[in-house]
Design a protein. Sequence first.
Length: 210
Amino acid sequence: MTHTPETFANALTAWQQWQESPWGRLRYTLAAANLDRHIAAQGDILDLAGADGGDSIPLARQGHRVTIADFTPDMLAAAQQRAQAAGVDITCVESDATDLPDDIGDYDVVLCHNLLQYQTDPVPTLKAAVNKLRPNGLLSVMAFNRHAAPLVAADSPTFNAKITLYTADEISAVLADLGCSVIGHYGIRSDREPYLHTARIFQLIARSQR
């Protein structure tokens, strides 16, 4: 499945409007709260396909050193504007998530949010994310849940792009093969058994065992 930077740049305004909607604000609040349960100290954070920094700029405000990698220049420009408005410094890298520059370094935390559904094979993206983790580093993965398929359209409503749905169990298995242990499984808006497994979006927090 091939998406171009223009696919996402053309929907930047719609994406920003969605983030400010009640559902968008709730999604970011819950994801941040879930991640906060596992981050013990300030560190270096890589936000893969981080767009305009909705997930990572709040982390920069907490004192973390944030790098956003995205292949859409307009998204990175919006991230810089957002960071400036928040009074923080971030590093932006124009790059596909699976073709990161050699000198981008390693990180204590890597975010892989809202990315896997645009991949027909999640393995290369997850492998690239895990490879950027320091020993015992944390990886946060968030994606649409195939168990909630009746609630998820075949197209991304914001970006008008075809998506592929995965389950938390499938992604957990890939992470295990890549040397990561899942230490947290959350459902956005559905965080209790048995509804956790049918949440529209799942979030996994995994720790590198390297």
